[in-house]
Design a protein around this ligand. Structure first.
Ligand SMILES: Nc1ncnc2c1ncn2[C@@H]1O[C@H](COP(=O)(O)OP(=O)(O)OP(=O)(O)O)[C@@H](O)[C@H]1O
Length: 232
């Protein structure tokens, strides 16, 4: 083993990368028993990792890394969305045109995106006549809070655009309150840690109530899983 490339990976990828190591070998050191050819799907990269012909830690990490380098931070694993924190603003990734685009397409028709998940959730309320739930998980600094805000932003726009809502109900008050509650909650419950300058020190269960017309009528935020920080 000569060197690993772990230091060139972003933090969120790095934390997963401990399970394997990238080895650099001289040609003379390589034997047929040690290596085998990479499958074309791993070389090209895939939008949905369930389509990888070889599915193991190394191919998953390689696929995420290849996509991350091209600013494709979202990748599907079947119906699950993997997001790699880019730690930078990617132009146009979350603008209103993107909201509009994803609101007009079904899941899988466009490249993986948090808005595709939000749109599927919104549509499924009526398709399945049942409540929908999005579970966002990841280590500290992975981007859970930002992803939650993006989901709320999408649902808020959809709510305001919802057809069949009587004009009297077309208020932006609830949507605004939901989106604008984030900085207030963060002011009380966030702290700077070594992993994240704006780390949530508590988990959140956010509930939104929709009218038949697709309009957000109310909601609540319940705090849970308080994370204790010890300062030395
Ligand atoms: N999609 C994104 N685009 C650009 N920057 C992002 C994105 N997601 C996260 N970030 C950056 O990463 C930082 C950490 O993200 P975030 O606070 O969402 O992590 P977290 O998973 O909620 O962490 P914690 O569990 O510590 O609260 C953000 O403050 C932001 O600067």
């Amino acid at each position: 083993r000569q060197k690993t490339t772990k230091s060139s990976l972003p933090h969120s990828v790095k934390s997963c990368a401990v399970a394997f190591q990238v080895l650099y070998l001289q040609t003379a050191e390589v034997t047929r028993e040690q290596v085998y050819a990479m499958h074309q799907s791993s070389i090209d990269g895939v939008e949905d990792m369930s389509a990888l012909a070889e599915l193991h830690d190394a191919t998953i990490m390689h696929n995420l890394y290849q996509r991350y380098q091209k600013d494709n931070i979202y990748t599907n694993i079947g119906s699950i969305l993997a997001a790699v924190n880019p730690y930078k603003q990617i132009a146009g990734l979350y603008d209103l045109e993107r909201v509009d685009l994803y609101s007009k397409h079904h899941l899988g028709e466009l490249p993986p995106h948090i808005f595709a998940v939000a749109n599927e959730c919104y549509r499924c309320i009526w398709k399945r006549h049942d409540s929908q739930c999005v579970l966002i998980s990841g280590e500290s600094g992975a981007g859970k809070t930002e992803s939650t805000k993006l989901l709320l932003q999408f649902l808020s726009v959809m709510s305001q655009k919802s057809a069949g809502t009587p004009p009297s109900e077309k208020t932006t008050r609830v949507e605004q309150a939901i989106v604008q509650s984030s900085p207030i909650m963060e002011a009380f419950g966030n702290a700077k840690t070594v992993y994240n300058n704006n780390s949530s020190r508590f988990g959140k269960f956010i509930q939104l109530h929709f009218s038949e017309g697709g309009n957000i009528q109310g909601g609540c935020v319940i705090d849970c899983i308080l994370t204790v920080v010890r300062f030395a």
